[in-house]
Design a protein around this ligand. Structure first.
Ligand code: IPE
Ligand code: IPE
Ligand code: MG
Length: 224
């Protein structure tokens, strides 16, 4: 049976969910947060150490201003409300991506990272203003600047996910079969699960089904 150290999720389908409910896209984003909470709890129950959540991509800046504003307000409120509880539950929060937001949000995120730095039950990597191509370029530039060799070990060690094992599982909800510039280097050997349900409809039982399916997969890593 395969063990699971790291699950990465592309939480897709909020907008469509909101429209399907005859409301608006932002209504879907709000509902999507409830799924985030369920999945965090379930990840802890399954004793998984790392959970990476794709919350905002470098490409998502192309969305309408009011949607972007709403998403960041939701995020800010969520962190403000939850950070104490995260800390109590021994959860570490790490942002992957470039923190280039409002000064208050930048500070809130950095403070939250600092506050939870020593926690070790679950590490949540929140991908915010994250793009895999951007990350790889950033990494190579850093290696060149520090006169380091460009090789697999050095690249892995210098990505935003430095020190984090590669995802065993990548899940994308929302019935869309693409990677949208997420963790392209790190998922070289991940098992990928495309889920038909939209993110607000995804639940504990759907998640557990995927985890159980994964446990039985024969992973070759090039061998036979
Ligand atoms: C959530 O789903 C992803 C975020 C950028 C927060 P979407 O907003 O992409 O929802 P759909 O795919 O348009 O339904
Ligand atoms: C990927 O979803 C980004 C997040 C889930 C945050 P998108 O909905 O932005 O992806 P595309 O644009 O449809 O590929
Ligand atoms: Mg989408």
């Amino acid at each position: 049976m395969n063990t699971i150290k790291h699950v990465a999720i592309i939480m897709d389908g909020n907008g469509r969910w909101g429209l399907k409910k005859k409301k608006n896209r932002n209504f879907g984003h709000k509902k999507g947060l409830l799924t985030v909470e369920k999945i965090i709890k379930q990840t802890i129950k399954n004793k998984i150490k790392y959970l990476t959540l794709f919350a905002f991509s470098t490409e998502n800046w192309k969305r309408p201003k009011n949607e972007i504003k709403y998403l960041f307000k939701l995020l800010e409120n969520f962190i403000k409300e939850r950070i104490v509880e995260f800390n109590k539950n021994n959860i570490k929060l790490k942002i992957i991506g470039i923190k280039k937001f409002s000064p208050q949000l930048n500070k809130l995120l950095s403070d939250s990272e600092k506050k939870t730095k020593k926690n070790n039950k679950l590490q949540i990597n929140l991908a915010l203003n994250y793009g895999s191509k951007d990350e790889i370029i950033h990494t190579i530039k850093k290696l060149i600047k520090n006169k380091k060799k460009i090789n697999e070990i050095n690249i892995s060690k210098s990505l935003f996910t430095e020190g984090i094992p590669e995802p065993d599982i990548l899940i994308r909800t929302g019935n869309t079969h693409r990677l949208s510039n997420f963790l392209l280097w790190q998922i070289a050997y991940s098992e990928i699960f495309f889920e038909k349900k939209l993110w607000p409809d995804f639940n504990e039982s759907d998640y557990n089904k995927i985890l159980n399916k994964f446990k039985k997969i024969k992973r070759n890593f090039g061998k036979i």
